[in-house]
Write a protein that binds this ligand. Structure first.
Ligand code: GLN
Length: 281
């Protein structure tokens, strides 16, 4: 079989399984099986595939059709231009979260101590450390299953010497010295509980609920973090947080947090107010 024939067969399986973007997903699956890029497939459509290639690709397509997120099936997702190992137990990195990295890169200062609260795959932590070789970052998470992914990713990107992972569900009990951090980034769970059943099946049935469920209005962790995390920030330190969007940002604009000054919000690629930015008094 050739690359072209294999891709055709794979697309057929995916279409029959109800996968919408079958061309794209067939490419991604074959890329993963062959360790070759889709550019190679386009330039060499007649390149031969060994007899084991289609069966291996079909197995991955089968998992996808059963509802697993594509990133879990591939075992990998890209974030801020870097590959991250992902799988059950960590949220798949989302493109809008990359805007938090950009916001961090626009902060003044070439050295810094920071924390990524709810680090999950470690994508925020690792991409910030990669961009800023003189930074040191803490990755905090409430779930051991998530931290296992973060640990693998820090290792993969050679960042274990400049980071420390902390497993601690109570944000007031983390062993970070008070007033020591220059900034905190966080993508907390922010989906309102009532909206969880309506999420896409691949998200709802596979990604960790603890990374999604934000309580009744989706803002339990947002409010908790805004109340208790400033203690770890030095005066003037920044807190950058992803939210569920315009309604949540509007709620926050109307709230006072004694230790924080709201400095503004950032819109995502869809133009929706998404990330909020505070400074510690
Ligand atoms: N952006 C994710 C989603 O829409 C939710 C991530 C989160 O709750 N922080 O599925």
């Amino acid at each position: 079989m050739t690359v072209r024939e294999t891709l055709l067969a794979l697309r057929g399986l995916l279409v029959a399984g109800g996968i919408g973007r079958s061309d794209l997903e067939a490419d991604r699956i074959l890329e993963s099986v062959l360790s070759r890029s889709r550019e190679f497939f386009r330039i060499h459509p007649e390149a031969p595939c060994g007899p084991d290639v289609l069966p291996r690709a079909a197995e991955l397509a089968g998992r996808r059709i059963q509802g697993e997120p594509l990133a879990y099936v591939l075992g990998e997702a890209e974030f801020f231009g870097l590959p991250f190992f992902v799988g059950p137990g960590c949220l798949v990195p989302r493109p809008e979260t990359e805007l938090l990295v950009e916001a961090v890169l626009s902060l003044p200062g070439k050295t810094g101590f920071f924390a990524d609260w709810g680090t999950g795959s470690g994508c925020l932590l690792a991409s910030i450390l990669k961009e800023r070789p003189d930074f040191f970052g803490w990755g905090v998470d409430a779930e051991a299953s998530a931290l296992a992914w973060a640990g693998r990713n820090l290792q993969r990107h050679g960042l274990t010497g400049r980071s420390k992972l902390v497993l601690e569900p109570d944000p007031t009990a983390v062993p970070i010295p008070p007033a020591s951090l220059d900034f905190i980034v966080t993508n907390p769970p922010y989906i309102p509980r009532s909206a969880l059943p309506g999420l896409m099946r691949e998200v709802r049935d596979h990604e960790p609920l603890s990374a999604l469920d934000g309580g009744a209005e989706g803002m339990d962790l947002i409010f908790l973090f805004l109340r208790v995390l400033p203690v770890y920030l030095r005066p003037g330190g920044a807190l950058l947080m992803e939210t569920g969007g315009a309604d949540q940002v509007k709620r926050l604009v109307g709230e006072e947090f004694p230790e924080l000054i709201m400095e503004g919000f950032l819109r995502d690629y869809g133009g929706i107010p998404r990330h909020v930015r505070y400074r510690r008094r």
